[in-house]
Design a protein around this ligand. Structure first.
Ligand code: DHB
Ligand code: FE
Length: 280
């Protein structure tokens, strides 16, 4: 039997995520020497304090070095950082917003997905496995005004937990698309329900998870970027009630406001969720 671990190898997933980051995101932050010094010093002090508090040994120090080298060799820095650090960056970045809650982007966004109007079906393979899911809603401002021509960019994994362009063997734009809301701010997306996702267990991130006896799961989720002219873009995820990992997401990215309310239909499931955007 092929298991999740066999297929989503860290080598394939990590390397693609690193390549993607280099292409889309790598920026030199405009950081003053004072701020760089402050942040670097405080992070290092936290490390020093942990070493003293727990009497860290040379063997443990060398294990850390070996592990850090391996994270880079596996191309897993995007995975590792988005699982264990990004949620706090998101919390700080969006603390002042009044509109819908955001959460982490994760390492698997790809800009430039196929475009749709207000309603459409995401690209999928012939006989794509999974429960058919219809996801519809409205985009509006914090003042309650429907936002026509908003962009709803959606991506999610398949019924086995794999993302196109990151796990091997999946068509480029599978389960990825960009929708534009109609004159009432509404959109309707036909897709399949994503599966829970396990971060690759065969690479360096998996090694620390195993060494610590943690689990590697994220609950099933839809990823979204929603934007409109003169409003702040929101990056978020939506979750399904009853998923065993909603309460212990390895990436700590679940919030109560992001829980869907799925309604069974004849052929699958229907979910409705509205997005409220803050002014820019
Ligand atoms: C990771 C994967 C995800 O699908 C996600 O939403 C967040 C993080 C990861 O492997 O790092
Ligand atoms: Fe994800």
């Amino acid at each position: 039997m092929t298991t999740v671990e066999d297929k989503a190898t860290a080598a394939a997933t990590g390397a693609s995520a690193t390549e993607r980051f280099r292409t889309d995101k790598a920026v030199a932050a405009d950081t003053s020497p004072e701020r760089a010094s402050l942040l670097a010093r405080e992070v290092l002090e936290a490390v020093h304090e942990t070493i003293r508090k727990h009497n860290v040994t040379y063997a443990e120090y060398d294990a850390l070095k070996a592990w850090l080298i391996q994270v880079g060799a596996d191309g897993e820095w995007p995975l590792f950082l988005d699982v264990f650090v990004e949620h706090v960056v998101e919390e700080v970045a969006n603390a002042a917003r009044e509109g819908s809650k955001g959460t982490i982007e994760g390492p698997f966004y790809a800009p430039g997905a196929p475009q749709f109007g207000a309603e459409g079906t995401l690209p999928m393979r012939e006989g794509e496995a999974g429960t058919p899911l219809t996801f519809h809603g409205q985009v509006r401002s914090v003042a309650g005004v429907p936002l026509a021509n908003s962009t709803v960019d959606i991506w999610h994994c398949d019924d086995e937990g794999f993302y196109a362009q990151f796990a091997p063997g999946i068509p480029e734009w599978n389960l990825r698309g960009v929708f534009t809301t109609d004159e009432n701010g509404n959109f309707t997306i036909h897709t399949i329900r994503p599966a829970p996702y396990q971060i690759p267990t065969d690479g360096a991130t998996g090694a620390i998870i195993r060494a610590a006896n943690w689990h590697a799961w994220r609950p099933a989720h839809l990823h979204l970027k929603v934007s409109a002219p003169e409003h702040l873009l929101i990056t978020t995820q939506l979750y399904f009630p009853g998923d065993p990992h909603n309460d212990d997401d390895i990436a700590a990215a679940v919030k109560p406001e992001l829980m869907l309310d799925p309604k069974p239909t004849a052929g699958g499931v229907d979910v409705q969720y509205d997005f409220v955007l803050d002014p820019a």
